[in-house]
Design a protein around this ligand. Structure first.
Ligand SMILES: NC(=O)c1ccc[n+]([C@@H]2O[C@H](COP(=O)([O-])OP(=O)(O)OC[C@H]3O[C@@H](n4cnc5c(N)ncnc54)[C@H](OP(=O)(O)O)[C@@H]3O)[C@@H](O)[C@H]2O)c1
Length: 285
């Protein structure tokens, strides 16, 4: 019988990329179920509507029990706006334990132990203390954030603006994170491991703009805006406030040198090299 696996934040950036991947791979021994807080919107979502869905709202703990009925494994993705993990995520882990969930794969961030303010750290702790077998995937900054956030300005204005100063980033291809998250659901070697998943090298946004310039044959200037200017500009470009807040917090971390860290866990566990930023830029520009 197929295992049932619930994914939270399934309509978000990571969740949709994950479900697209599941849709593309031919062998699928599991039944993925998307936890959604606004079931009515799912019909408009061409990725998520291909999956069975269940109502799931972190802010409404009464949805947890039904959402976890008959579920064996959980891919826990924390919505970026959810800060009070004790109130909204700890109860989920407790119910998961009561219902006999066999494994939790949690999407966290690199170097989390060095940034005690980041909510992911407490979630990691709750999972470890629950005794439920787990895989914690601490991911670096997704390369795909560049296309998500900067592609328009790069093409239209030949600028790249992130309030990250000269800080370096462990750019990570979201596809590597997805592959390892998917593998963690079916292979014991990932059990009770905390994996740091990054690309092979950290780059500043000056480096990124140079790489894109070479690829496009057009000078792209990294404008290095202040945090306030970055927020103002992205509001004008009509990005969601939530995404702007999330990205300016990440930029602040990058500026402080907290995102430089790289790791070889991906190549070690997946027996292949992680995707490179150069390759991503060649594909995207
Ligand atoms: N971006 C990166 O570079 C990066 C790197 C490493 C780790 N991460 C981590 O990845 C995680 C996911 O980020 P993301 O970019 O995928 O987020 P996102 O695109 O902002 O999506 C947020 C998701 O959470 C859902 N959501 C919001 N409030 C909810 C609630 N109360 N109950 C249930 N679902 C709710 C949203 O549903 P609706 O569609 O209904 O709004 C949406 O599916 C974050 O924890 C982030 O720290 C990101």
């Amino acid at each position: 019988m197929k295992e049932n696996i619930l994914i939270t934040a399934s309509t978000g950036f990571f969740g949709r990329h994950f479900l697209s991947y599941v849709n593309q791979i031919s062998s699928n021994d599991s039944n993925f179920i998307a936890g959604v807080r606004r079931p009515k919107n799912v019909q408009e979502d061409e990725v998520v509507r291909c999956f069975q869905t269940r109502p799931f709202d972190f802010f409404n703990t009464s949805t947890f029990d039904k959402a976890l009925d008959g579920i064996q494994k959980l891919i826990l993705v924390r919505p970026p706006a959810l800060k009070n993990t004790k109130k909204y995520i700890l109860p989920l882990i407790k119910i998961a334990k009561e219902k006999g969930i066999k494994h939790i794969t949690f999407l966290s961030v690199t170097n989390v132990e060095k940034s005690k303010m980041i909510p992911h750290l407490s979630v990691e702790k709750y999972i470890m203390e629950s005794g439920i077998p787990y895989t914690i995937i601490r991911s670096g900054f997704f390369m795909q954030n560049i296309t998500r956030l900067n592609q328009n300005e790069i093409i239209k204005n030949h600028t790249l603006s992130m309030s990250a100063g000269s800080g370096k980033v462990n750019f990570t291809d979201i596809r590597d994170v997805i592959e390892i998250a998917h593998s963690s659901l079916s292979n014991n070697k990932f059990e009770n491991k905390e994996l740091e998943i990054t690309g092979d090298k950290a780059y500043s946004f000056f480096d990124v703009s140079e790489m894109i310039s070479k690829q496009m044959g057009q000078k792209i200037t990294y404008t290095k805006p202040s945090a306030i200017k970055f927020i103002r500009d992205k509001v004008k470009e009509k990005f969601s406030i939530q995404l702007i807040i999330q990205m300016s917090a990440v930029c602040n971390r990058i500026k402080q040198g907290k995102a430089e860290f790289t790791s070889e866990d991906f190549s070690h566990y997946m027996s292949k090299d992680s995707r490179t930023l150069q390759h991503f830029i060649e594909e995207s520009f």
